[in-house]
Design a protein around this ligand. Structure first.
Ligand code: BG6
Length: 494
């Protein structure tokens, strides 16, 4: 299948933090890929900006290396590389000083009518100061968009403060808060699955769904990010954003359209309907863990504290939560969430388990009848599996087997899966906010997370230890097994 390109308008993109890790690993390779696909109009410019004093040549050398490191050789023909590097320029500017800003203004001025994107690929403490500089050097035009990404605060209060600082300079329709999970192909497929098929919607409720599991498991540890990670932990790093966004897409009511606010209104209702987890609830409904040394990715790995180089830390590298949504559709249906680092495999999936059949017409020799399950695999091996009971083929009476209707997207569509940033960056240029979080969503997510964080930090307990390469602490197994259910593990069923 040939990928389709939706043309975008001519744009100027200024990347603050242009020499940082996000720019190097994600933004430059994603922009290069879009250029390769012919989506970036001739004349569009990418302006790197950071505190470091670099020449244009230094920056293009940095960009070339970033692309060589992150784009396979077969996908970077010389002519496209040349064309891409031609688009780049560089300005040295610092959020704390005025030097350099006039140069940036000068560079942008001749193209004041273009779509203008400021990507703040920097720490959140710089969001406010950078926005002030944009205002004081008069860089915000009506077609300006500002892109930020997590950590969007450490709590509800700090998220509100960030939002206010940005809101003083640009209006909400100009702010693009990235949650890269929303740019993943399969996450968008969730919407196609739910709203482009008539099959699921009638059974997508507490009358038919027993429970939902959302797992985002990683084999990696903190990979040199221990400094950031130790101030965040899995709840802030993964649950407040990615996992709650996934939960919203599973649980929301059908929006009236895919218009940004129609979608975001529905997600917000889900976040507001999450049952607060407070007091004893935190003890009973949440589990936090921290990995100790073990084996992962085929070799021995250090424990979290050793990676951190510290004798103690209460930061969790694993979380499991039993969440509930207090609304008509989902009342009584648990949503079990779990995420962690140094787990046995890298897998992100959503599993919707339906209720058992009300009565079996088969006799004992047919064997047990398992409930239907719909498994949406986000990564790797993106696809959808629907587990069904069927008759075992051949003679020998009526014996039943549990087998999946299995659709792997790689097999069904022979097309490269674009990185989430490719889509998200082009959506920013197009002015489509559907896959970006609105201010009220972020704040509502924090409102649910805050009491859990507060209770953990007030408690003398430390996270439960788990050995690297295992599925987290045994308390996470107990969390779901207490309810007579088990975590879904595909290899058990295959
Ligand atoms: C990031 C987290 O947002 O998501 C990382 O900060 C995590 O800790 C990453 O590893 C996971 O993203 P992906 O796309 O690899 O599933």
């Amino acid at each position: 299948m040939t990928p389709r390109i939706i043309p975008v308008e001519l744009f100027d993109l200024v990347v603050f933090g242009a020499t940082g890790v996000l720019s190097q690993r994600k933004l430059l390779p994603a922009l290069f890929h879009r250029d390769l696909q012919g989506q970036i109009p001739p004349g569009s410019r990418i302006i790197g900006c950071s505190r470091r004093t670099l020449s244009r040549e230094d920056f293009t050398a940095f960009a070339r290396k970033a692309i060589e490191d992150h784009v396979p050789a077969s996908e970077r023909p010389d002519d496209v590389m040349g064309r891409f590097l031609e688009r780049l320029s560089y300005v040295t500017a610092d959020a704390a000083q005025d030097a350099g800003w006039a140069d940036l203004a000068q560079t942008l001025k001749p193209e004041a009518d273009r779509v203008r994107v400021f990507y703040l690929a920097v720490g959140p403490d710089l969001f406010g100061p950078l926005c002030e500089k944009l205002a004081s050097f008069d860089l915000v035009t009506p077609r300006t968009r500002v892109v930020i990404e997590k950590p969007l605060g450490k709590s509800g209060a700090s998220a509100r403060a960030l939002n206010e600082a940005i809101g003083r300079v640009v209006s909400e329709p100009q702010v693009y808060r990235i949650d890269h999970y929303l740019g993943k192909e399969t996450v968008q497929n969730l919407m196609a699955l739910r709203f482009a098929n008539a099959l699921f919607e009638p059974v997508w409720n507490s009358g038919h769904v027993d429970h939902v599991q959302i797992t985002v498991a990683e084999t990696l540890g903190v990979e040199g990010r221990a400094g950031y990670y130790d101030t965040a932990g899995a709840l802030r790093d993964m649950v407040q954003n990615h996992m709650l966004q996934l939960l919203c897409l599973v649980a929301m009511e059908p929006p009236t359209s895919t218009a940004a606010n129609a979608l975001r209104d529905e997600k917000l209702k889900v976040l507001k309907a999450l049952k607060p987890i407070t007091g004893d609830g935190v003890q009973n409904l949440t589990v936090r863990g921290q990995y100790r040394a073990g084996a992962a990715n085929g070799g021995a790995v250090k424990g979290y504290l050793e990676e951190l180089g510290s004798a103690s830390s209460k930061t969790e590298t694993f979380v499991a939560i039993k969440a509930e949504i207090a609304n008509w559709r989902w009342s009584g249906v648990p949503f079990y969430l779990r995420t962690g680092k140094r787990l046995p495999s890298r897998v992100s999936e959503i599993v919707v388990t339906f209720k058992p059949i009300p009565h079996s017409v088969f006799d004992g020799q047919a064997g047990p009848i398992a409930p239907n399950r719909l498994v949406i695999r986000l990564q790797p091996d993106e696809g959808v599996k629907l587990w069904l009971m069927i008759k075992d083929p051949g003679p020998g009476g009526m014996r039943l087997s549990y087998v999946p209707l299995d659709m792997s997207f790689a097999d069904a569509f022979n097309v490269r899966n674009p990185d989430a940033y490719e889509r998200l960056l082009m959506d920013v240029v197009r002015g489509n906010q559907a896959l970006f979080m609105r201010r009220d969503e972020v704040e509502a997510a924090w409102e649910w997370i805050d009491p859990i964080l507060e209770s953990w930090s007030a408690s003398a307990e430390i996270p439960k230890q788990y050995t690297a390469g295992t599925w987290g602490p045994s308390a996470a197994v107990a969390l779901i097994e207490r309810d007579g259910r088990t975590w879904y593990e595909d290899h058990d069923l295959d």
